[in-house]
Write a protein that binds this ligand. Structure first.
Ligand code: ZN
Length: 243
């Protein structure tokens, strides 16, 4: 099966449409690792677009904040502002859909978690010690995560007990036949690795291979919609910086 792997759409419909167009015809199932809303200007449109694709989907910390399942006092003021704005504009139907999504699920040989297998809605896997500890918190060979918005691979070397780390670029191919891995495809709606292009991955579960992609989208169009909704200026600016 060929899987389109997405995470952190963050209510950025323009970025989501660019990814769907770029990946068209190359997948049979969509896996989404959470944070469908928050930060961006089109939460209802994104929920409805994704939902119609019948994805195997998770919820993330921003979804939980909007649902009131997580205290948004832990968010910075900009993220909190948009979480509360999203709560006001989200339809009851779309809220109900988000509410059905778990933050973690197991699809052997993959574990899917929004943030980490240890703390599925909150922990950032950005360093080797955190990655190493998390390998003890899932039983499958591979764990797919989002949350950091940075495409990356952590590989456990079972002989030495150490972890290797690599950042991922457009066009990289990952062979899944060796090692236990934690893989992050990078964010669709708000990339944070300095490259503003939307990130996604294609996973082939027969060839056991992942390919990583970046696609440019009309950042100015999303920014204009954010300005219309009076969303925080810092969040509008960061989209063009990919930070
Ligand atoms: Zn996120």
């Amino acid at each position: 099966m060929r899987v389109l792997l997405l995470t952190d759409i963050h209510a950025n419909l323009v970025a989501l449409e660019a990814v769907l167009a770029d990946a068209e015809g190359q997948w049979e199932q969509l896996w989404f690792l959470g944070d469908l809303v928050g930060y961006g200007p089109q939460p209802n449109e994104c929920v409805e677009r994704l939902r119609a694709l019948a994805p195997l989907a998770l919820s993330g910390n921003h979804d939980w904040a909007v649902l009131g399942k997580l205290d948004d006092e832990d968010f910075n003021s900009d993220a909190r502002y948009v979480a509360r704005w999203t709560r006001r504009v989200l339809t009851a139907d779309n809220r109900d859909y988000l509410n059905t999504l778990p933050p973690l699920r197991v699809e052997p040989p993959f574990t899917l978690a929004h943030a980490s297998p240890r703390h599925p809605v909150w922990e950032y896997i950005l360093d080797l010690p955190t990655a190493l500890e998390n390998f003890a918190h899932f039983d499958t060979s591979y764990c797919l995560v989002g949350h950091t918005h940075v495409p990356a691979v952590f590989a456990l070397d079972e002989a030495s007990g150490g972890v290797d780390f690599a950042l991922i670029e457009h066009g990289d191919v990952l062979d899944l036949s060796r090692h236990r891995l934690i893989v992050n495809p990078g964010g669709v709606g708000q990339p944070r690795d300095g490259d503003p292009r939307a990130a996604y991955a294609l996973l082939d579960t027969e060839a056991m291979r992942m390919t990583f992609h970046r696609v440019a989208y009309d950042v100015a169009a999303t920014q204009a919609l954010m300005r219309e909704q009076k969303l925080p200026r810092r969040l509008i600016k960061r989209l063009e910086q990919g930070l």
